[in-house]
Ligand binder design. Structure first.
Ligand code: SAH
Length: 267
């Protein structure tokens, strides 16, 4: 069952996949906080809120299963096996994920693994970074008269020409997660299929952290400006007219861009 409460039976525990939101404890749902409070073990990711996990899940063993470059971590199947094993032993297992478990979060794979093993499993939705991180920079994904649709894509693997051509024609707002590595490919591809070079682009790094940074540019200037600003993951990329509504509260980023542009023109 992926909704309703799990029903522990015969000493079998349960698994709850919890969407942890974009990184701030304030954006955990009430259900997420309750699940953490009752957990015996929490398997958590890099992008899930975890700074105060010991206080939020005081009874639980905390197990980091995120992927940090250069560190040995568990593969997806190992994580699923570990969750199932702990639940079989009677534990209330929380799998804490960044954002929403069903948005590029492999949540469905974990639900299927639990179901296959006969472990009661439920999913608590979370606040996805796809919507909340742009909002934190003042960017709404829809705006009457400007954009009445948004498309969320993964930039993990390069988009195909058919996808780029469709997205370029579709209009509305394009939101890209995991897209820093393939950013040049996407912005060049969209222009190749007719998107305007002056279409605004925002790159919002580390949303809801003290070091959040927003870089605002245009499709035609993205590659140069992203390099100048030194953009890094995790970041949400927004392409579309709605970027014009971004607020200008990010002085550090704009000062940095102005400096970078001055340096670039001196070269
Ligand atoms: N399930 C998650 C997404 C997982 S994919 C969700 O619903 O939010 C991981 C990607 O999410 C990152 O590469 C980045 O593009 C985005 N992301 C997640 N948290 C973020 C944050 N706090 N700031 C910027 N990007 C974030």
């Amino acid at each position: 069952m992926s909704n309703g409460r799990p029903s522990p039976r015969d000493g079998v525990g349960s698994v709850v996949l919890v969407g942890g939101g974009p990184g701030s404890d304030d954006l955990l749902t009430v259900s997420a906080v309750k699940a953490l409070a009752g957990a015996d073990v929490v398997f958590f990711d890099r992008l899930a809120p975890h700074e105060n996990l010991a206080a939020l899940a005081p009874r639980a063993e905390l197990v980091y299963v995120g992927k940090t470059p250069g560190h040995h971590t568990l593969g997806q199947r190992d994580i699923e096996n570990a969750m199932v094993e702990r639940a079989r032993g009677g534990a209330r297992v929380v799998r804490l994920k960044g954002g929403d478990p069903y948005v590029f979060g492999r949540g469905s794979e974990e639900v299927i693994a639990c179901q296959a093993a006969g472990i009661p499993v439920t999913v608590i939705p979370g606040v996805t970074s796809a919507v909340s991180v742009p909002a934190s920079a003042g960017i709404p994904l829809t705006h009457r008269g400007m954009s009445h649709l948004f498309t969320v894509v993964s930039g993990h693997a390069p988009l195909t020409d058919i996808e780029l051509a469709s997205l370029a024609k579709l209009g509305g707002t394009l939101v890209i997660l995991m897209g820093i590595g393939t950013l040049p490919h996407v912005v060049q591809g969209l222009q190749r299929f007719g998107a305007a070079a002056d279409l605004p682009v925002a790159i919002i790094e580390r949303g809801f952290s003290d070091s959040q940074k927003t870089t605002i540019t245009s499709l035609g200037a993205t590659v140069q400006d992203a390099a100048l600003a030194g953009v890094n993951s995790p970041a949400v990329i927004v392409i579309g007219e709605v970027v014009r509504l971004a607020h200008h509260g990010d002085d550090d980023a704009s000062a940095q861009m102005a400096r970078a542009r001055r340096l670039a023109t001196l070269e």
